[in-house]
Design a protein around this ligand. Structure first.
Ligand SMILES: [Fe+2]
Length: 159
């Protein structure tokens, strides 16, 4: 895993507000840990961050199900890994210093989650865009026999 710490920036937006807004919100929540507050506030913030992350992952998986994304199982597995890391952080938090909690949050959101967005989430984006374009068409103009758009080929075989 790439352990570099990356901040949110508009360059990691996909142009899909329901996804982009949740991604940005997670980075904003994570940024609130550094140098702030007492133990009770940090534990509350951690619970909010974990709940929000779980909601985001669930909604993203629901979206991938809706569009018939073919690699959904691999994506779900990546999310499971993230959920497990969040669970461990919640379990460990009481025995960590506030700075250590901030470090762990940073590693999760600015490290793991950032890389997930730019390397893994980006793979489903063309299909979401195609799905939204399809849904935006009047019903009578949609191609027959195609309930869902297909994923554009990313690696065309040369002829
Ligand atoms: Fe994802």
């Amino acid at each position: 895993m790439d352990s570099r710490v990356n901040s949110w920036s508009p360059s990691i937006e996909f142009g899909i507000p329901e996804i982009d807004d949740q991604h940005r919100e997670l980075f904003e929540l994570a940024a609130s840990f550094r140098g702030h507050g007492d133990e009770i506030r940090v534990m509350k913030a951690l619970a909010i961050l974990c709940d929000y992350a779980k909601i985001h992952l669930r909604e993203e998986e629901e979206l991938l199900t809706r569009i018939g994304y073919p690699d959904i199982e691999a994506h779900r597995q990546a999310h499971s890994q993230f959920r497990s890391m969040l669970r461990h952080l919640l379990q460990d938090a009481r025995s960590l210093t506030l700075d250590q909690v901030a470090d762990r949050v940073e590693a999760l959101i600015n490290g793991w989650f950032y890389n997930h967005i730019v390397r893994v989430d980006k793979l489903y984006i063309p299909m979401v865009i195609a799905y939204k374009a399809y849904q935006a068409r009047p019903r009578e103009t949609r191609p027959l026999g195609r309930a869902k758009p297909v994923l554009p080929a990313t690696d065309p075989t040369p002829e």
